[in-house]
Design a protein around this ligand. Structure first.
Ligand code: GLY
Ligand code: MN
Ligand code: MN
Length: 443
């Protein structure tokens, strides 16, 4: 992740603090490091909430936000350590972290435990996500008890504990212009990587080779990480929704479903394309593909401010039910199938989710008992699908083992919507001619 945009992060902290009430303290730790095996760690990625508010990307850091007079932002992080830095890489250190993050005060992470009681003192409202961080879950009650011990001298301990997720995740749901720019990049890089895969694919390649090529294309364009493990599913593997084994050969005559997205400066893309391994759809594959595409188009048309966020899903299942009846995969009438959820046999997930720093980004979908309405600045995926189980004896043999999902990343704008991932071909003719060009290039 790149050096932070100071004003942007400062304005996020200010807006959050305005919602926390008087004498409030919010404690936001970054993600813990995780061992992979023996002394090898998994690559570190900062916690999304922490990153959203600080832009700071080093491990072992805790941010404190305080309402009232300064300091409003205190950061605990690692000190410089030339010996360890020689082995493990450079650290910002306290002064570097102050410059990078714009914190009012920066202390060494080792001082957190000792300074905690004093930081809690005089704070009425404490915001912390209990259960989210093992070390803090232990230190916070300890800190409060130590302060209470001092209480005979008049120390004030926090009176109430609040969930920071509610105000913070509402903020994260509406993307700022700077975030939208990064999400455009994430989606564009990833969509181009999907397009490259289509031209590069040859029957006999392994699923994991496509995953590797996708990651390579993303990294070449500056998306250094994947937003989630790629799903590359040939043939009936596509019917496993979160298939990540990616260890089968891709066979001519099958489709391959690729659900993959790069992460660009912290922001996720989440794109799925399904295309024929040999470059030509069979009649059955084409019929199902066109139905999913039609459902996706109907769903995307529902993305506009003021529409309930469930409207895309409702539009998609209407089209799917009608189409499945027409193809003989469901018994009519379509209206009855729709009512009883007959489509769920072939389409068992929802049509999309919020997208942002997390691939399944945070923020509620409902307000009270109702679906919340879409607003400009939200980004969501639209991803209808059909999965016909390879062993489904209730459907004609020719349909079995076909799995298709088409997924785009869509920004809600004041006027309606914008598809951020449109550089990845998705019309049948477009895919076939694009793949044919690839085959000419390789011949
Ligand atoms: N890539 C996971 C999903 O589409 O939700
Ligand atoms: Mn996906
Ligand atoms: Mn998705």
């Amino acid at each position: 992740m790149k050096p932070p945009m100071h004003k942007e992060y400062a304005s996020r902290r200010r807006r959050l603090l305005q919602q926390l009430g008087k004498q409030a303290l919010a404690i936001i730790p970054t993600a813990p490091t995780r061992l992979r095996n023996n002394d090898v760690e998994h690559p570190f990625r900062p916690d999304s909430d922490f990153f959203y508010l600080t832009g700071f990307t080093e491990p072992e850091a805790i941010a404190l936000l305080l309402t009232g007079k300064r300091p409003n932002f205190i950061l605990f992080c690692r000190e410089r350590d030339p010996k360890l830095e020689r082995w493990n890489g450079l650290r910002a250190g306290l002064e570097g972290a102050r410059k990078l993050s714009g914190a009012d005060q920066v202390f060494a992470i080792e001082e957190f435990e000792q300074r905690l009681p004093q930081l809690l003192e005089g704070r009425r409202r404490l915001y912390y996500a209990i259960g989210s961080h093992a070390l803090l879950d232990r230190l916070l009650p300890q800190g409060i008890r130590r302060l209470q011990g001092k209480g005979r001298g008049g120390a004030q301990v926090p009176e109430s504990l609040h969930n920071l997720d509610l105000p913070l995740h509402e903020m994260r749901l509406i993307k700022s212009p700077a975030e939208i720019e990064l999400m455009r990049q994430a989606a564009s890089i990833s969509a181009q990587a999907h397009a490259q895969l289509m031209r590069w694919l040859r029957p006999g390649m392994m699923e994991y080779q496509l995953a590797a090529r996708f990651e390579h294309e993303c990294q070449q364009q500056g998306a250094r990480r994947q937003a989630y493990p790629a799903i590359v599913a040939g043939g009936a593997n596509a019917c496993i929704l979160h298939y990540t084994d990616n260890d089968c050969p891709l066979r001519a005559g099958d489709l391959v479903l690729v659900d993959a997205g790069g992460e660009y400066q912290g922001y996720a893309a989440d794109i799925t394309r399904t295309f024929p391994v040999n470059g030509r759809f069979s009649p059955e594959q084409r019929a199902l593909y066109e139905l999913v595409l039609q459902a996706q188009q109907a769903a995307i048309e529902q993305v506009r401010p003021g529409n309930p966020c469930n409207a895309p899903h409702e539009a998609a299942v209407q089209v799917l039910c009608r189409g499945l009846v027409k193809l003989g995969l469901l018994k009519g009438p379509a209206s009855r199938q729709l009512k009883r959820g007959g489509h769920k046999r072939f389409f068992m997930h929802r049509t999309g989710h919020w997208l942002g720093l997390d691939v399944h980004d945070l923020g509620s979908y409902q307000q009270g008992d109702d679906w919340r309405c879409l607003e400009a600045g939200m980004v969501l995926t639209v991803e209808p699908a059909l999965y016909i189980d390879a062993d489904d004896k209730k459907v004609d043999k020719r349909w079995r083992g076909i799995g298709i999902r088409i997924e785009d990343d869509v920004l809600v704008t004041a006027e309606g919507h914008q598809i951020l991932s449109q550089e990845a071909p998705k019309q049948v003719d477009e895919i076939e001619s694009w793949m044919a060009q690839g085959q000419v290039l390789k011949a």
